[in-house]
Design a protein. Structure first.
Length: 418
């Protein structure tokens, strides 16, 4: 397979969620350009609308009039977060600091995901949480004036960290969050760009009380997690080159590019500019002979969403991959350890589950069969790349589930491989 072309993948999903949420909490009118228009971001927009913010339809240039730090109103309906963990966890932090209660609901996949990780710190700060079963959705959050907290998450989750930062922001109390290793830091960067007093010290962040947030001016950079699919495709291709422009090159997000380089790939990142506190640049990729690699716990946070793709890259290149210390994969949009291993086996690769990771064995194979993405966008796209790159016949059930983060994925894939 030969690749060619230049591609600007859609806007970063994490930054798009945060643009809508923080613009809604600012004083005055924010301008958000190039936001991702996908199902997850529509979930955040509709939750904010239900809380009284006039969010226009998602479009290339959006102007959002913020209601200030305490301006949201009690919702009339349940807050439907669809498939989006980021919407649920970040908005739970916001609601926990408002003087009303809200019931969060979601689709079956989101309803199974653990919420204790945010309920614990936010309850400690004073909010009340009620669960109808286990610690999943539906979940009712009763907000109050929260107290300050110094919380060690014991792990590395940007959603947990952001929930605490947003709760502290709205309640105007100091919050400090310590992580095992630094998770994506988009919330901190955006808060700083909006005038908040944020102090970062390696894996610790402290947000000091603020009376207001300045409006946000941002052009959302392209999502490195979406760019990753094309970086993988070009690395596995027989010939050609792909250029990805305008990519967010925040170092907490580029673990996949680094991992591929360790495997021998030709992945060149060039930083071009910075905007809204984020580094942005170009990624050039051409095919290479890849070799085996390992991913261990310390590397996991910066590559967490790309691990299913990395497993497909290893299978496609016929090399060995071992991932350990990645138990988090079990509580994503699907159990990504079992979904990846089951599907790799279904198309003829040799793969095994580990309690907190997986192993792909070396060996060149022809892949054929049908995969079930378990309604998980990243599983569908990872196998789409394996299929395209190796010119094998892999049928993907429910290909439209990619709309969660990248509605135009199949069209872009056709364009660069045509
Ligand atoms: C995200 C954080 C990560 C990531 C998810 C998006 C965010 O989840 O996997 O896709 O935007 O904060 P965790 O915080 O659970 O690690």
């Amino acid at each position: 397979m030969i690749v060619a072309g230049t591609i600007r993948v859609p806007g970063d999903k994490s930054i798009s969620h945060r643009s809508l949420i923080l613009s809604s909490l600012a004083d005055g009118e924010s301008t958000v350009r190039a936001i991702l228009d996908s199902e997850d971001i529509r979930s955040t927009a509709s939750v904010l609308r239900e809380l009284g913010v006039q969010i226009p339809p998602l479009s290339e240039t959006m102007r959002i009039r913020g209601l200030g730090l305490r301006g949201l109103r009690q919702p009339r309906e349940a807050l439907d977060c669809g498939n989006s963990g980021t919407t649920t966890r970040l908005m739970a932090g916001v609601v926990a600091a408002h003087p009303f209660s809200a019931r969060f609901i979601g689709d079956p996949s989101l309803s199974r995901r653990p919420m204790k990780r945010i309920a614990e710190p936010l309850s400690y700060m004073g909010a009340q949480f009620e669960f109808e079963h286990g610690d999943g959705l539906p979940m009712t959050v009763r907000g109050v004036d929260l107290r300050s907290v110094d919380w060690d998450t014991g792990g590395s989750s940007a959603q947990v960290k952001s929930a605490i930062l947003l709760a502290g922001l709205v309640s105007a109390v100091e919050v400090r969050v310590t992580e095992k290793s630094l998770s994506r830091d988009h919330t901190e960067r955006m808060l700083e760009a909006m005038g908040a007093d944020v102090e970062n010290d390696s894996n610790q962040v402290c947000l000091r009380p603020a009376s207001r947030l300045h409006p946000l001016e941002i052009k959302v950079p392209a999502d490195p997690s979406s760019a990753a699919f094309f970086v993988a495709l070009a690395s596995l291709a027989a010939a050609g080159e792909l250029t990805l422009t305008d990519v967010c090159l925040n170092p907490t997000r580029t673990g996949f590019f680094q991992a591929l380089r360790r495997m021998g790939a030709n992945v060149e990142e060039t930083r071009v500019m910075s905007s809204g506190g984020e580094e942005i640049g170009t990624v050039r990729v051409s095919p290479a002979e890849l070799k085996s690699t390992r991913i261990t716990a310390e590397q996991v946070p910066s590559i967490i969403d790309e691990l299913p793709l990395l497993a497909c890259v290893a299978a496609g290149a016929g090399v060995e991959l071992e991932i350990t210390g990645a138990a988090e994969l079990r509580v994503k949009e699907s159990d990504r350890i079992s979904a990846v291993v089951q599907n790799l086996r279904a198309v003829g690769a040799q793969a095994d589950e580990l309690p907190e990771g997986l192993r792909v064995s070396a060996g060149r194979r022809r892949f054929a069969g049908t995969i079930d993405p378990h309604r998980d966008h990243r599983i569908a796209m990872a196998f789409g790349i394996l299929s395209a790159a190796t010119e094998n016949r892999i049928v993907i059930q429910d290909p439209q589930c990619v709309a969660v983060s990248y509605p135009g994925f199949w069209e872009d894939l056709r364009r660069v491989t045509a």
